[in-house]
Design a binder for this molecule. Structure first.
Ligand code: DCP
Ligand code: MG
Ligand code: MG
Length: 368
């Protein structure tokens, strides 16, 4: 078995580059892609900006008015994010990337890990050639550039991909990995945010190299077993995390056991509300709306009954879900006349859709 080789591909200034592709006249201007908060005016945040705008200090998560101040007089273009369009481009690119991997893991709209060990027979030169081929295919098919990192594991591959941007290609062999990351600040490690960074600073650790020399037991006592071990290993360029083939979920569901058997929808009301609230929060946090809703009832002899309905329009609120689930449950109970011990609610026919507000909150929460 050859040693593992992992590649990370991250598209450059993704939303803004998509905008440049459909309107090449933008290319030399600062381009800022925004999500408006819905509170009027310039209230909202920057999702991303092209590299011309970044020279003025514009970054993801910045309030729009700040970006406008920074770009005053610079002939900048501010655009409202068109998430459906970016999603479509992303789908097509992911389909290209998938073909090049033994195992493929999509991690975000513009980012994926490829395990290419077998494909390149553990050879780093072949891995580099594969990366060049991928870059040229994405450029030809979508006219987009990306940055690619190659290394012995996901942590190193990701840091390598971030290392040179835009249009970068960084190949780090196993024996180079620890040294390559040692001088970087700890927040270059995937998963290290402001909080972990400041705790590490408080114990005198600024760089990954300093982190690598810490006593692992000290780290687990501060951060817990999981994060502590991760930090210690990652800082030493070790990471066993496999590239996980991940399929899009097809449904989400929640089920509850009732304190007492019920026969009417009235008695189930509180449970249905709790289930729907919990389920809706899961579905929406994953960025999905849905078209189908189902309910499941289990009786005390474990027979199961279910009803479901597919709607013409997209459902994407707690109220939509509760209304649909209540109607289905009511129909089921009237038709079956059963005593129910467990009740479940399910949503399917999922549609990827980040609501304005959710996404806005997501962006601003990342901005610190
Ligand atoms: N995004 C967002 N809000 C954030 C960060 C990112 O909406 N706080 C969106 C816009 C980005 C896309 O996700 O285009 C991908 O994020 P990246 O972190 O990969 O950033 P970019 O692709 O924009 O730039 P880079 O060239 O640094 O990868
Ligand atoms: Mg990117
Ligand atoms: Mg990314």
């Amino acid at each position: 078995m050859p040693e593992r080789i992992v590649m990370e591909v991250d598209l450059d200034y993704f939303y803004a580059q998509c905008e440049e592709v459909r309107n090449p006249a933008l290319k030399d201007k600062p381009v800022v892609v925004c999500i408006y908060s819905g509170r009027g005016g310039d209230s909202g945040a920057v999702t991303t900006a092209n590299y011309v705008a970044r020279r003025y200090g514009v970054r993801s998560g910045l309030p729009i008015f700040r970006a406008k101040q920074l770009l005053r007089g610079a002939d900048a273009v501010f655009l409202k994010a068109d998430l459906d369009y970016y999603d479509e481009v992303s789908r097509r690119i992911m389909n290209i990337l998938r073909r090049y991997a033994d195992k493929f893991e999509e991690v975000s709209v513009d980012e994926a890990y490829l395990d290419i060990t077998e494909r390149v027979k553990g050879d780093y030169e072949a891995a580099k050639q594969l990366a060049l081929k991928i870059k040229s295919e994405i450029k030809q098919a979508e006219n987009l550039t990306c940055s690619i990192g190659i290394g012995p594991n996901k942590v190193v591959a990701k840091i390598a991909a971030d290392h040179q941007k835009p249009n970068g290609l960084t190949v780090i062999k196993p024996h180079e990995a620890a040294e390559f990351i040692a001088k970087m600040n700890v927040d270059k490690l995937p998963g290290v945010g402001a909080k972990t960074k400041s705790i590490l600073e408080s114990i005198g650790v600024k760089t990954i190299g300093e982190l690598a020399k810490q006593d692992p037991q000290k780290l687990t006592s501060i951060f817990g077993i999981k994060l502590g071990n991760y930090l210690y290993n990652a800082a030493n360029a070790r990471d066993d995390e496999p590239v996980k083939e991940r399929l899009e979920p097809t449904q989400f569901s929640r089920i509850a056991t009732l304190k007492q058997d019920i026969q009417s929808v009235k008695e189930a009301e509180g449970y249905v509300e709790d289930l729907c609230r919990d389920l809706y929060s899961k579905v929406s946090s994953q960025g999905y709306a849905f078209k189908s809703v189902g309910v499941i009832c289990v009786t005390d002899n474990l027979s199961t009954y279910s009803r479901s309905e597919t709607y013409e329009h997209l459902l994407d609120s707690y109220d939509d879900l509760k209304t649909a689930a209540t109607a289905l449950l009511s129909r089921l109970l009237e038709e079956e006349k059963i005593k129910v011990r467990r009740v479940g609610v399910r949503v399917s026919d999922l549609v990827r859709k980040l609501g304005q507000k959710t996404l806005y909150e997501y962006i601003t929460s990342k901005a610190e």
